[in-house]
Write a protein that binds this ligand. Structure first.
Ligand code: SAM
Length: 364
């Protein structure tokens, strides 16, 4: 096994928190009686946690290739405590991301501990998902599933080796990611979602090949519109492949059949083909924003709470935790912060300001 994998497989000698597994299920009195809401009436049920800023890829549209890690990582015990507090406020879905989360030592321990937590307002078990570039996934898929991971999303921006290397700037990466996807399907983490950010003149020639990939591999392919969240300044409206263009291209290739959304806050428009084989989702934050249904908050690797991808500021949850706040005090603080969640983003509007951090330093 490659030595690069050893950190994540390594188990920390001490449990993540002082609590035993049984204690992790909060006593009823510790659960909030009111949902976590913002001032626009949206209920927050999804949390994305970045566990590291580091990444082993340098995707041309995401990272400059020169900037390294910018923000520190926290001990996993601190993430676990924050997660517990959020779950007690009604968070039902947790997505672990980064940077590249599979680079993080002890990730399996964090997943194991998170899997013990019970959402406050439903009997449905906590949904624990992971977003990864898939480079280290093949040997980790089964351990991730065994630790309690529910689902996995793999980012993959081309289905041919040459284009893939041009985007990631890491040779022979496509085959590793494809093997990672197959291993995740075999481990019971399927159907795997494969996310592709399309950039005009770069990988927009791959739309039909991705549809074929979905049909052949049994994965859900999701095309995501490129947003102004990069370290460099590559974004312009012309670089975005809008949803209507993707739909037209697929329609010309094979007639599409629209599928119902899975739930009200579903971000993707879903399609299959007339024979029911393959699934395509299109996520269109630029041409069809879905902010009105946003149910997300984010925690950065350095413990800052962000209420929107495009926030101009973040909020120091770690400062609360290290300053000695009790769980109740943290809950009250989170409620106050979340109340001021932004109504929507302003991509493409005059005066649009880039967010205070790029995607890789927020957690995608
Ligand atoms: N390393 C992990 C991965 O590759 O999935 C997690 C972090 S990565 C920043 C998360 C996702 O953000 C990836 O799917 C990536 O394609 C997407 N992403 C990065 N920059 C983006 C941008 N400017 N617009 C839209 N998506 C972006």
């Amino acid at each position: 096994m490659a030595s690069a994998l050893l950190p994540i497989l390594a188990s920390s000698s001490a449990p993540l928190a002082d609590a035993t597994a049984a204690d992790v299920r909060l006593a009823d009195g510790e659960h909030s009686t009111e949902r976590l809401t913002d001032s626009h009436g949206r209920i927050l049920t999804d949390l994305r946690l970045s566990v590291t800023d580091r990444c082993n890829y340098r995707c041309v549209y995401c990272r400059s290739g020169e900037d390294g890690i910018e923000y520190s990582e926290l001990p996993l015990q601190e993430y676990a405590r924050m997660l517990r507090v959020f779950v007690s406020l009604g968070i039902e879905k947790i997505r672990l991301t980064g940077g590249e989360p599979l680079l993080r030592t002890g990730l399996l321990d964090l997943i194991r501990e998170t899997a013990q937590m019970r959402p406050a307002f439903t009997d449905v078990p906590l949904d624990i998902a992971l977003t990864t570039n898939g480079h280290l996934l093949a040997p980790l898929a089964k351990p991730l599933k065994d630790a309690g991971l529910s689902r996995i999303t793999v980012s993959m921006d081309a289905v041919d080796s040459e284009t893939f290397t041009r985007i990631t700037r890491v040779p022979r990466s496509f085959e590793r990611v494809r093997d990672g996807i197959r291993a995740a399907q075999d481990a019971g983490l399927g159907p795997v979602k494969v996310n592709c950010v399309l950039l005009r003149g770069f990988n927009d020639g791959q739309i039909e090949a991705f549809a074929e990939f979905s049909r052949n591999e049994g994965v859900i392919v999701r095309f995501i519109e490129f947003m102004p969240l990069e370290e460099d300044r590559t974004w312009s409206p012309d670089t975005v492949i809008p949803m209507r263009e993707i739909v037209a291209r697929l329609q010309a290739w094979r007639p599409l059949v629209a599928l119902e959304p899975n739930h009200a806050s579903e971000t993707a428009r879903r399609y299959t083909f007339e024979d029911g084989i393959g699934e395509i989702g299109i996520i269109a934050p630029v041409s069809n924003p879905f902010c009105g249904h946003c149910s997300r908050v984010r925690l950065t690797a350095d413990g800052k709470l962000r209420t929107c991808l495009f926030s101009q500021t973040d909020h120091d949850l770690l400062g609360q935790l290290r300053g000695g706040a009790t769980d109740d005090e943290m809950r009250a603080w989170i409620r106050r912060v979340v109340l001021r969640k932004e109504a929507r983003h302003h991509i493409g509007e005059p005066g649009f300001l880039k967010p205070s951090r790029s995607m890789v330093h927020i957690g995608g």
